[in-house]
Design a protein around this ligand. Structure first.
Ligand code: NAP
Length: 279
């Protein structure tokens, strides 16, 4: 019997790759990202180990033609049971100092690609009354700190979209599941691309999680049909605490968080010329 299919964006590394590894033994996969050789290596690995039918879809999801091609594939796949909108990246520097181009690209990837792929998947899943979508957001949707303005804005948008669609589906008693996955600091290539030293990351013991832990929490949340999944009790506590504070106090807490954040000195001292685009 043919297996159900899962489509994963940003499957070439980090959290997306971990979703693929977890699901490969039981599902066929559509792996989406730009680095073709990485995706092909993974596909070969899964095929050899689990006989997984793996399709490699090479796409830059911040480019409209590639995004349309991926959306058409997702909308027309009758065996699709899960879409993981995971592709993403961060930037550093104050909003007006960081290059506009990389922030526009971030909005195209986090917002427009999530919008179009979620729309395509729901047109496929809702009539069949089956399936689910995981939007990989961030704890930054709850904790906005200086130096991460576009990132936090796009991730907050992701949570709002996910919640809105969840309510629409619930109102029609649909079986289709929506999840906003909100990880905190997670070991992956995310911080490598930002030029953050891995040793710098280890200065926050207890706050760093592995992609494995994040994906485990997400899949457990999916089984329990949880709308918001925040892996790690420290982050759940932080998000709950901040969302209960009056806005004045919340802003003070976020300003302190910005000072404590690693790399903050760099954020303060960087001139516009020194802030590099990560992509
Ligand atoms: N790591 C963290 O601390 C953390 C915390 C909270 C949330 N997150 C979120 O988790 C998600 C996954 O990040 P990660 O930590 O796993 O980082 P990662 O290892 O850098 O993975 C990012 C993935 O996104 C893909 N990608 C980036 N730009 C793309 C584009 N234009 N088109 C298609 N694919 C693109 C990359 O593949 P290619 O380069 O091959 O295209 C890669 O597979 C992101 O949405 C991120 O915001 C991460």
């Amino acid at each position: 019997m043919p297996r159900d299919i899962v489509a994963i964006t940003g499957a070439s590394s980090g959290i997306g790759k971990e979703f693929a590894s977890r699901l490969a033994p039981t599902h066929d996969l559509i792996l989406i990202a730009r680095r073709e050789e990485r995706l092909r290596a993974l596909a070969g690995e899964f095929e050899r180990a689990y006989n997984t039918g793996t399709e490699v879809l090479v796409a830059d999801l911040s480019a409209q033609d590639d995004l349309d091609r991926a959306a058409a594939r997702i909308e027309n796949e009758p065996r699709l049971v899960l879409l993981v909108n995971n592709a993403g990246f961060g930037t550093r520097g104050r909003f007006w100092e960081a290059p506009l181009e990389s922030q526009q690209k971030m909005h195209r990837l986090h917002v427009m690609a999530t919008l179009e792929l979620t729309h395509a998947a729901l047109r496929n899943m809702v009539p069949r009354d089956r399936g689910g979508i995981i939007n990989v957001s961030s704890v930054s949707a709850y904790v906005r700190v200086p130096g991460t303005v576009s990132y936090a804005a796009t991730k907050t948008w992701m949570n709002t979209l996910t919640e809105g669609v969840y309510l629409e589906l619930r109102a029609m008693r649909s079986q289709v599941i929506l999840q906003a996955l909100c990880p905190g600091y997670t070991y992956s290539e995310f911080h490598d691309r930002l030029g953050v030293d891995r040793e710098e990351l280890d200065r926050r013991p207890g706050f760093w999680m592995t992609a494995d832990e994040v994906v485990e929490a997400s899949l457990e949340g999916l089984r329990r049909r949880k709308l918001f999944v925040i892996p790690g009790w420290r982050y759940r506590l932080l998000a709950a605490f901040l969302s209960k504070l009056p806005s004045g106090l919340r802003l003070q807490a976020e300003a302190i968080g910005g000072k404590l954040r690693s790399g903050q000195d760099e954020v303060r001292s960087e001139t516009p010329k020194q802030v590099k685009a990560p992509e």
